[in-house]
Design a protein around this ligand. Structure first.
Ligand SMILES: [Fe+2]
Length: 262
């Protein structure tokens, strides 16, 4: 269900991103992790470049947000991966609602957020969610010039189908959920930082610490995901119903079903 990407640089030194999937039968187009090639071929002589959508076509209107965030000008400061015994969709759902904070994150990030506040919007198949931090209601009558979205809120994007960046004040956490099986997900978690951030040992220690804190909070979500997965496996409930606070989860599942139906 995940989209493997091929990153290339063309004759004009422009960077291009395309799906690393053969147009013919879906086989992997390029198996090498890195290298130098003029064309990518599997069984045919020429890549069907005209029909390979670039990343812009895939992310649509989210591109404007990513430009605002400055994503193209970021680098990976820390990265790790972990396997979680839950369906990939459960793990994504945890990032699309805020009512679990009070319970799951009560000793970590929960105290920094108002209880169960989140707004979301869909952009084609994609979703953007905004979680205000405690500082946002305090802005009161402050002039708009003093509003700073990245300071006063967390932004969560769901790039359909399984990539979920979390935008924080000075960096972006990048989460990728690769389904290994129905009940096992390989999660990749990276701290993306602006290229302008100093590359000093002190800053690296800061990013490493940030990565650790985020992973600790995320493990609280993943434990919940594993619990829900075992709940499903026990067949204790014949079905589950999304509630009023779970509009984004409903939307996500509908889009997945639409994609599967073709
Ligand atoms: Fe969470």
């Amino acid at each position: 269900m995940y989209l493997p990407l091929l990153l290339t640089r063309d004759d004009d030194d422009d960077v291009r991103v395309l799906p690393n999937v053969c147009r013919h039968r879906g086989a992997t187009l390029e198996r090498e992790a890195a290298g130098c090639k003029r064309v990518f071929t599997w069984v045919i002589a020429e890549p069907d470049v005209a029909h390979m959508p670039g990343i812009d076509a895939r992310i649509g209107a989210l591109g404007a947000d990513f430009d605002w965030i400055g994503l193209p000008d970021h680098r990976i400061a820390a990265i790790e991966q972990i396997d979680i015994a839950a369906n990939w969709k459960l793990l994504i759902e945890g990032g699309l609602e805020a009512y679990h904070f009070r319970v799951a994150h009560k000793d970590t990030i929960g105290p920094y957020f108002p209880d169960n506040l989140l707004i979301w919007q869909s952009f084609g198949p994609h979703i953007r969610a905004m979680l205000p931090r405690n500082s946002m209601p305090d802005l009161g009558d402050a002039p708009e010039a003093d509003w700073h979205l990245r300071r006063d809120a967390n932004l969560v994007y769901l790039m359909m189908v399984n990539t979920q960046p979390l935008v924080q004040q000075d960096h972006v956490m990048w989460f990728h959920f690769e389904p290994v099986s129905e009940a096992l997900t390989r999660v990749r978690m990276a701290t993306l930082v602006p290229n302008s951030a100093p590359r000093t040992p002190e800053m690296q220690a800061h990013w490493d610490k940030n990565q650790r804190i985020t992973v600790i909070a995320l493990m609280e979500d993943f434990e919940l995901g594993e619990e829900i997965q075992s709940g499903f496996a026990s067949r204790g409930n014949p079905s589950h119903l999304f509630g009023r606070f779970e509009g984004a989860l409903d939307r996500f599942n509908r889009v997945v079903e639409e994609m599967i139906a073709g």
